[in-house]
Ligand binder design. Structure first.
Ligand code: SR1
Ligand code: MG
Length: 421
């Protein structure tokens, strides 16, 4: 099926962009100098879109445009252009509640499936920094707060029911990108799908045994169903370490084109799954064992602290809430019960979220190792025998997180299990 292409849409190039921007950018955004002097670089290295950095004498901006197909797969995999609408609107919604963690958006052109946003001159993609063994002292705090703010304030606990349902309506049409996730994360790794792409033959036995693993596949189907039906909050939808940019003092979440109203734990688990993959490849990346152990400890602390910060901030927002029709203040803050009544509700909610987070982390690991969209952390290891060793360990942990998630009420027990992997 071919994607619908609005009249007037053309994929931009470094040559066409100056004229387009000169004609269409709002006058409040002035790059300085004549358009023909602007420096333009196409830097898109993600799976889907064109991304240009455009620099004038006074200002640099980023222009992101959707293509009518999956860039990494080519024109045979058609994909509708409306994803840029959802990315733009997700950035707007996220900025309302988590402003400093999201780039500013200046301009959106629906017909061109393109938007213009802030250039983050100092920020670098987190995945590359994890591969380089860099540490960021603010990272866990920033991600934990971003997740708590965004997930709380776009849920029925943190917003009125009418607005929440309007949010569902606004994002419900992002079904094509949801379907990519449904297929690539929850279905394809669990059977012999054509698009799968694992380290073969080294991992063949593990992959074949996953296809026979009834408990694992039942869980995948349960969580696929949860992903498809549980419109809890506005998700980023693809919060892996390639969707996060960092400096020593600042963290920004980019690329929310997979955004929709889904289960909160999906975003948290997605991020944690990527830190766990980074953990397993450390022996291939660090020069000494001491450096490897040191960085692995830092990664596990990141996971634990991210959750702790998220949990603490989410409870704080909930304690202070004034609106939100779920868990209404009339019963919890002003009702007949003491504070333990609210705490019990929060404990229940967050312990379910924790278990679901573990499972989603496991699904992210499985799909990156078995499925279509691998990650650089593993792919950069050229020696396939060596890569497969780390992938096997990660697959072992992923199964444990998915199938035995009930055994892990917190991270300390998970640490112990990881040590065995
Ligand atoms: C066809 S898109 C493959 C993957 O790239 C994106 O970043 C998402 O993670 C998606 O699953
Ligand atoms: Mg992306």
């Amino acid at each position: 099926m071919s994607a619908h292409i609005p009249t007037g849409y053309i994929p931009q190039t470094s040559e066409s962009l100056p004229l387009y921007l000169a004609k269409n950018l709002p006058t409040t955004i002035s790059l300085g100098g004549e358009p023909e002097t602007w420096k333009i670089q196409e830097v898109g290295d993600g799976n889907l879109n064109l991304v240009f950095i455009v620099s004038g004498k006074e200002k640099t901006i980023v222009v992101k445009q959707a293509l009518p197909y999956v860039r990494v797969a080519g024109e045979s995999w058609q994909l509708s252009l409306v994803r840029s609408y959802f990315e733009y609107h997700a950035l707007i919604e996220e900025r309302k509640v988590s402003g400093k963690y999201v780039p500013e958006v200046y301009f959106y052109d629906e017909k061109m499936s393109l938007f213009v946003m802030e250039y983050l001159s100092q920020h670098i993609i987190l995945r590359n920094q994890l591969i380089a063994g860099k540490k960021f002292s603010h990272l866990a705090e920033d991600i934990g707060i971003f997740l708590a703010n965004t997930l709380f304030h776009t849920s029925d606990i943190g917003m009125p029911s009418k607005e929440k349902k309007e949010l569902i309506a606004r994002f419900t049409n992002n079904h094509e990108l949801c379907k990519i996730t449904e297929d690539l994360i929850f279905t394809e790794p669990y059977f012999n799908a054509e698009r799968n792409n694992w380290t073969s033959p080294q991992l063949d036995d593990e992959v074949y045994s996953i296809w026979q693993d009834r408990a694992l596949i039942q869980s995948a189907m349960q969580y696929k169903y949860q992903f498809m039906t549980q419109a809890q909050a506005l998700l980023h939808g693809d919060l892996h370490s390639g969707s996060i940019m960092v400096t020593p003092n600042s963290t920004k979440m980019i690329d929310p084109e997979f955004s929709f109203m889904g289960p909160m734990a999906f975003d948290i688990g997605n991020y944690i799954g990527n830190l766990l993959m980074a953990y397993f490849v450390q022996p291939a990346l660090r020069e000494t064992n001491a450096q490897c152990v040191d960085y692995q400890i830092w990664l596990l602390e990141q996971i634990e602290t991210t959750w702790i910060v998220f949990d603490r901030h989410f409870r704080q927002l909930w304690n202070e809430k004034k609106i939100g029709d779920a868990y209404p203040t009339t019963l919890y803050q002003q009702g007949t019960f003491d504070v333990s009544f609210l705490k019990t509700a929060q404990d229940d909610f967050l312990s379910t979220l924790f278990k679901d987070t573990l499972a989603y982390a496991g699904f992210e690991i499985n799909r990156r190792i078995i499925g279509f969209a691998g990650v650089a952390d593993f792919k950069l290891i050229e020696d396939q025998n060596q890569r497969a060793i780390y992938e096997k360990s990660a697959l072992k942990l992923a199964r444990e997180l998915i199938v035995n998630r009930e055994r892990y009420p917190n991270f300390s027990l998970i640490r112990r299990y990881i040590a065995q992997c």
